[in-house]
Design a protein. Structure first.
Length: 91
């Protein structure tokens, strides 16, 4: 396991994840492993952005934790507002 995958695994282990987080956690680890094996700067940049987005959705970044402490939905999630919420209220 390379340094990015190892750090990601440590982070995932520290989170209080539920069964619904399994796919995102697995994706984060796969992206981290790919980063450890990648040589192309462009691909590293693309994978890094994707990994960061997944980690944010799990509440694993400082910005995501700060938002969660304030009661905001996790970054990358949607709140119950807008057209979808209106449709749900109607049905």
């Amino acid at each position: 396991m390379g340094p990015v995958a190892e750090s990601t695994q440590i982070t995932l282990n520290a989170l209080e994840l539920t069964d619904t987080d399994t796919a995102a956690a697995t994706l984060a680890l796969k992206l981290a492993e790919a980063l450890d094996n990648e040589k192309s700067g462009r691909t590293i940049s693309e994978l890094s952005a994707k990994l960061l987005a997944v980690l944010e959705s799990l509440g694993a970044t400082p910005a995501a934790r700060k938002a969660l402490q304030k009661g905001a939905p996790a970054i990358g999630t949607t709140s119950e507002s807008g057209a979808l919420a209106d449709l749900r209220r109607l049905h």
